[in-house]
Design a protein around this ligand. Structure first.
Ligand SMILES: [Fe+2]
Ligand SMILES: [Fe+2]
Length: 181
């Protein structure tokens, strides 16, 4: 099933923004690492990680604030079509539904928390992508502040084990951006 999901993901990324592949590959890497460390279900978190942003990748403008809700539904439909176990599908859907910062759907299960933290951790692997994104969002003289705020929020939402992994990179980013402690 994992191979099927990966194939679907890479097909979906053809002709899409270049940032999706590094973002999702890094999310998968950390999801598996945290799952091993914490005893979460590795298969569930890996499948959820590959599929977590599929609706945002597919159509980033119209699904921006609901991509977790729509993505959960789409992932459920795909996995059902591919004959995946019904109970496991529910777990994957729950992870995708709760991975964003939407307070209506906070992560509750261990697998959901792992995915949300892995998603956040990936931003520490992909600093240049975040800088690129900053220049598209705000004026040049506001870029450092935008990035510092973004990284502070991202760091805050992670589980302690993920914070530990991110810490050295977070310190380096703050140093680069000139935050005074
Ligand atoms: Fe997302
Ligand atoms: Fe993501």
């Amino acid at each position: 099933m994992i191979e099927k999901v990966k194939k679907y993901f890479y097909e979906l990324c053809k002709d899409k923004h270049f940032s999706w592949i590094p973002h999702v590959e890094s999310t998968v890497k950390y999801a598996k690492q945290l799952a091993q460390q914490l005893g979460a279900d590795e298969e569930i978190v890996e499948i959820s990680a590959w599929l977590h942003d599929i609706r945002k990748i597919h159509n980033k403008d119209t699904t921006k604030n609901v991509h977790h809700i729509q993505g959960s539904e789409t992932a459920g439909e795909l996995l059902t079509e591919w004959g995946y176990d019904a109970a496991k599908i529910e777990k994957v859907k729950e992870c995708i539904l709760t991975h964003s910062s939407d307070k209506t759907y906070p992560p509750k299960t261990l697998e959901s928390k792992v995915l949300a933290s892995a998603d956040a951790l990936s931003h520490f692997d992909n600093f240049p992508l975040m800088v690129n994104s900053a220049y598209r969002h705000v004026k040049p003289d506001e870029v450092n502040k935008w990035l510092l705020d973004k990284y502070a929020r991202t760091f805050d939402k992670m589980m302690p084990e993920a914070k530990e992994i991110a810490q050295p990179k977070y310190e380096a980013i703050k140093l680069l951006l000139g935050e005074q402690d």
